[in-house]
Design a protein. Structure first.
Length: 332
């Protein structure tokens, strides 16, 4: 009885020849691609779905974007924290100085000179969801002896299946399911086979773009955070601090670690955002004759003032100061 029931539900048809025309078929809960070479691994893409991976913001709320492949011009990326933020990889500002200083920065996006992309403004040290809207998930599936593969359709259901630069849409009314047994293709009863013809993949993607989440915030028009001040001790033994606001007054303080004497100096930031101090007097401590050669062995305290108003105060550690750099503050 069971054997007769099985034969009543399945209709055997002629085995599919290898390398037949590639077509798709939407079954119930499955999508099939026929006309393939038997027992061969195929990489298929799930169209209309973004490639998703997790990211982790640092203690300053900045996340580095790590795509599966290089970002192309015009690619969109969405980052989800509590809310959604999206940027397009077009004309991103360049910033090479980023270093977490323990403070959370505002939302912004930038890249460094090597092309790595950073986005700031997220909850510090938190796992984030990153959606690459111009990339899609892939699966590797081996065809059976009948020359077809079966893709399980799980929510969210892809809008198309990509194979060999072609797209096979998954929309429509589901038909029969297929099975392969001893090189014979079986079709479930009632036999409803509606072949899905492939279309060119690029055309399909253009007509079916993956959109960011509703209410997302676009970050391309957000000004990136200002560059952090950097300090170098140049070959002339001058302390040069860059990335400052032109016109501000800068006061620097240094306590010599040997004799505990504090030296200080002040100067006005030039139009290029630089200020320079003669290092031998600033770092000499209590020496009557300031030495020509010296080392910076303690933090430098920096105060930025607008007139007499203190804007901010911070320290630059010795490890953050580059030594013997060929740099001179020549801008006026």
């Amino acid at each position: 009885m069971k054997k007769h029931l099985f034969l009543g539900l399945l209709l055997a048809i002629i085995p599919l020849p290898a390398l037949a025309q590639i077509t798709g078929h939407l079954g119930t809960g499955y999508f099939y691609i026929k006309g393939l070479e038997p027992s061969k691994a195929y990489e298929v893409g799930l169209g209309g779905m973004p490639f998703i991976r997790s990211g982790l913001s640092d203690s300053c709320g900045v996340v580095q974007i790590r795509p599966r492949r290089s970002l192309q011009t015009g690619d969109q990326v969405e980052i989800i924290d509590t809310n959604s933020y999206t940027f397009t990889n077009t004309n991103l500002p360049t910033r090479d100085d980023y270093k977490c200083n323990g403070q959370t920065e505002a939302h912004a996006v930038w890249k460094n000179s090597t092309g790595l992309v950073f986005v700031s403004g997220f909850t510090p040290s938190k796992a984030l969801t990153i959606r690459f809207l111009n990339d899609n998930p892939n699966r590797t599936i081996t065809s059976n002896f009948c020359g077809f593969i079966r893709i399980v359709l799980q929510n969210p259901i892809p809008k198309a299946i990509f194979l060999n630069n072609q797209a096979l849409p998954t929309t429509g009314t589901p038909g029969s399911n297929f099975a392969c047994n001893k090189n014979n293709l079986y079709v479930s009863y009632p036999k409803i086979v509606q072949d899905v013809q492939p279309v060119e993949k690029t055309t399909w993607i253009t007509q079916n773009p993956v959109e960011p989440s509703p209410g997302t915030t676009e970050l391309n028009n957000v000004t990136p955070p200002p560059l952090s001040p950097t300090a170098v001790l140049n070959t002339n033994k001058e302390l040069v601090i860059s990335n400052l606001t032109p016109g501000r007054k800068i006061e620097v303080y240094y306590v010599h670690p040997t004799d505990n004497i504090q030296n200080s100096a002040s100067a006005t930031v030039n139009s290029c955002g630089e200020v320079a101090f003669i290092g031998r007097f600033l770092f000499a401590g209590g020496s009557l004759i300031p030495p020509v050669n010296f080392t910076i062995d303690a933090p430098i305290t920096v105060k930025e003032l607008d007139g007499t108003t203190l804007i901010k105060q911070y320290q630059i550690q010795p490890s953050e100061i580059q030594q013997n750099v060929s740099l001179t503050a020549t801008c006026s």
